[in-house]
Design a protein around this ligand. Structure first.
Ligand code: P5A
Length: 441
């Protein structure tokens, strides 16, 4: 894309409404704009990142689950059956249609998916079944803040599993556990599984995935040795190996403040290995057995021909929150440094002197070359000062920058900069294709 043609309203100054870095950078980089408290418009640059994150999640979840799409608006009846119509409290947005029929804007989908299951699946022979969607949620948070980190409207990936017994349900929980480790790893995030409270979702087994960050809202207490663990290459059908991995990781002390036990912590962790810090919750796993299947009559016939409620779990990822979490983990004083896997563009070309024929010719040539090689590229072709263009490219954080200027051209080269490391290499004008093959591609 040519910078001169796209809608990218960047800001030079820090907006006063933002108190944390990721929020500030998302506003400055022209990714989002607030439309009402905790509700945002995703501008093209931000939306590209959101889609990339969705796709990483989708590709990994498709290996263990099937995607569907449930609506944002739900009937209140099923929530009355589960008991959560009252229990969920003020965070749930309730309203009536023109026929005075009570509806809600879904804060989560346990009831709806259980209802779908109960009407369409009857036998254990159809199990295991795991379904997910990526859909907007609304929670009327008492204190929406930090931009997309705690929104009222936010994008969630939520998966729901159905199994014939607890043993199988825990196997699915463990597969999700591994899937989450991989998903966050692909976004270059170090996510730590911590024992968690189940809150309004319920159940008796739950883990949150936390990214360590000073600006996080959760207090966490961990054994730092967990940070050295690498994710082994395990196949999703190898339940035993996955269970071993989950057992190994959950054996490290790691707890959010609501599950923290100081005596246990002192007992389990050496003083030098203790790390008390803050974190951002990017994912949450729940096993809750028949909490929803019982009241919503989601029964299956088992092998002996008896009827019993299906065993369930649910598994969430904060898709829109992840945009903020990734920025928090990948930025410097100049702006964002996107990991390639989620970057809105892989390469940014800066034509440092747009009114110079040689600079424009070479920039155009590199631009066309990258497009022909299917590399996402943003080409700053505007007739603006070099300083402005360099600062903006740094701010929006494209992983590779190609800088074309008159001085380089005179000597037969242009510059290639890696945004995260700051390393610059000079590339001979005749070697444009070697950049693609050896460095960027
Ligand atoms: C699990 C899937 C659930 O809702 N039901 C379906 C379960 N879990 S959860 O922990 O409440 O939410 C899942 C993830 O959504 C993100 N999240 C938010 N992101 C932005 N703004 C919010 N207000 C918000 N609330 C929750 C978190 O990443 C959470 O882990």
């Amino acid at each position: 894309m040519r910078r001169s043609k796209i809608f990218l309203p960047t800001l030079k100054e820090n907006p006063s409404e933002a108190s944390i870095t990721s929020h500030r950078l998302m506003l400055r980089a022209g990714m989002i704009r607030q439309s009402s408290s905790g509700i945002y418009t995703w501008l093209p640059l931000g939306y590209k990142v959101l889609k990339n994150i969705e796709n990483i999640i989708r590709n990994e979840q498709n290996l263990i689950s099937q995607e569907l799409l449930m609506p944002t608006i739900q009937d209140s009846e099923i929530w009355k059956k589960s008991g959560r119509f009252e229990d969920y409290g003020k965070e749930m947005l309730k309203f009536k249609d023109r026929h005075e029929h009570e509806l809600i804007y879904g804060p989560t989908n346990e009831e709806l998916i259980t209802d779908i299951f109960s009407k369409n699946v009857m036998s254990y022979k159809s199990l295991p079944l795991c379904l997910y969607h990526i859909q907007w949620k609304f929670r009327d948070e008492i204190r929406p803040r930090f931009g997309v980190m705690r929104g009222r409207e936010f994008l969630m990936k939520d998966a729901y599993s159905f199994d014939k017994n607890k043993e199988d349900s825990i196997k699915c929980y463990n597969r999700m556990f591994l899937s989450y480790l991989r998903i966050f790893n692909k976004m270059q995030l170090k996510a730590i599984p911590v024992a968690a409270d189940t809150g309004p979702i319920g159940g008796d087994l739950s883990h949150e995935f936390i990214i360590l960050a000073e600006t996080g809202e959760s207090d966490v207490f961990i054994d730092k040795n967990i940070l050295n663990e690498v994710i082994p290459d395990i196949k999703y059908d190898d339940s035993d190996k996955i269970a071993k991995l989950v057992n190994k990781l959950t054996a490290f002390y790691a707890a959010a403040d609501d599950k923290h036990n100081e005596d246990k912590y002192l007992n389990a962790v050496k003083k030098d290995d203790m790390l008390q810090t803050r974190g951002i919750e990017v994912g949450h796993l729940f096993y809750f057995g028949d909490k929803y299947s019982k009241p919503l009559d989601a029964n299956i016939t088992n092998i002996e021909g008896n009827n019993s409620p299906v065993e369930m779990g649910s598994y969430g990822i904060g898709v829109s929150r992840l945009v903020g979490a990734i920025i928090d983990a990948h930025h410097d004083e100049k702006g964002i440094c996107w990991p390639e896997s989620v970057a809105p563009y892989i390469v940014g070309i800066i034509n440092l002197r747009a009114n110079d024929i040689l600079c424009s010719e070479l920039s155009d040539k590199i631009y066309n070359y990258l497009i022909n090689n299917n590399i996402e590229v943003l080409y700053d072709d505007r007739d603006e000062g070099a300083g402005i263009k360099l600062a903006e490219m740094d701010l929006i954080g494209i992983p590779w920058q190609i800088r074309v200027g008159p001085r380089g051209i005179k000597n037969g080269y242009f510059e290639l900069l890696n945004r995260e490391s700051g390393n610059i290499i000079e590339i001979s004008v005749n070697e444009t294709d070697s950049i693609i093959k050896n460095i960027i591609g």
